[in-house]
Design a protein around this ligand. Structure first.
Ligand code: CZF
Ligand code: MG
Length: 224
């Protein structure tokens, strides 16, 4: 993963031009024939360098859908969460030369009009849990959304299909183990993600909500 937020150059079509047409990428719009899965109906190749994401995705999808993984260094552009995921998915499909699943996670602060959003990784790395809390000191509203956007592509040249899940919570001083990103500062119904056991988090998380849509899509594909 690049640490360079200035990366926006790409030899592929500029996804920023899709700003007002993301709905065409979401699965509820119906699938183009070209995006249908063929031989690998029960399997996804999840391209991520994040071991925690991988373990949550496996815990939620397996055994119904088996999850393989390649850890590739994908450039992440600047843009909206949908633009970032669409571009990431196209790049992954090109690199792998086959079907891929990618995911991008955002943490959006209500008082800051959804920033840091897709840039949360860089904010977390630079200012940590305390700094993220401090960003909201001037505001009463500590509300935040955890947003997970999966992109599936049937291969190079196939438009990504998006599956998005959102969990509303609030930003609090860190509580619980610091094993995964901002889990200790994101509180949902009285507990931070870090204070929940994995099964509890996976029931209500942004990731599980997005994966429920993916599972629904897979189920339809299998009976189509
Ligand atoms: O506390 C957390 N609970 C979560 O459920 C969660 N999901 C993602 N993250 C973190 O948010 C940033 C997203 O950036 P991100 O989507 O680009 O991920 P990444 O670069 O780590 O992996 P990937 O891009 O190779 O898939 C990274 O700092 C991730 O560690 C989480 N933190
Ligand atoms: Mg990343």
């Amino acid at each position: 993963m690049s640490n360079d937020l200035s990366h926006s150059s790409t030899s592929q079509p500029d996804p920023v031009t899709h700003t007002n047409s993301f709905s065409s990428h979401f699965h509820s719009q119906g699938l183009p024939q070209t995006a249908k899965m063929t031989e690998a109906r029960h399997q996804v190749n999840f391209i991520t360098g994040n071991a925690n994401k991988l373990s949550e995705v496996k815990a939620i999808l397996e055994p119904a859908i088996s999850v393989t993984n390649q850890s590739l260094d994908l450039v992440e552009i600047q843009g909206t969460l949908e633009e970032v995921t669409i571009d990431k998915c196209r790049r992954a499909a090109e690199l792998v030369g086959g079907p891929v699943l990618v995911e991008d996670t955002c943490l959006c602060f209500d008082a800051l009009q959804d920033l840091p959003g897709p840039y949360i990784k860089w904010f977390l790395g630079s200012i940590g849990h305390e700094g993220l809390n401090n960003m909201l000191l001037a505001y009463k509203d500590k509300g935040a959304k955890a947003v997970c956007t999966f992109g599936y592509s049937a291969g190079p040249g196939h438009e990504p299909i998006l599956f998005q899940g959102i969990t509303h919570g609030k930003i609090v001083p860190a509580r619980g183990p610091s094993n995964f990103g901002w889990d200790p500062i994101f509180e949902y119904e009285g507990k931070t993600y870090a204070e929940m056991d994995k099964a509890e988090k996976n029931k209500i998380s942004h990731r599980s909500r997005a994966l429920a849509k993916l599972q629904e899509w897979f189920a339809k594909e299998m009976t189509a």
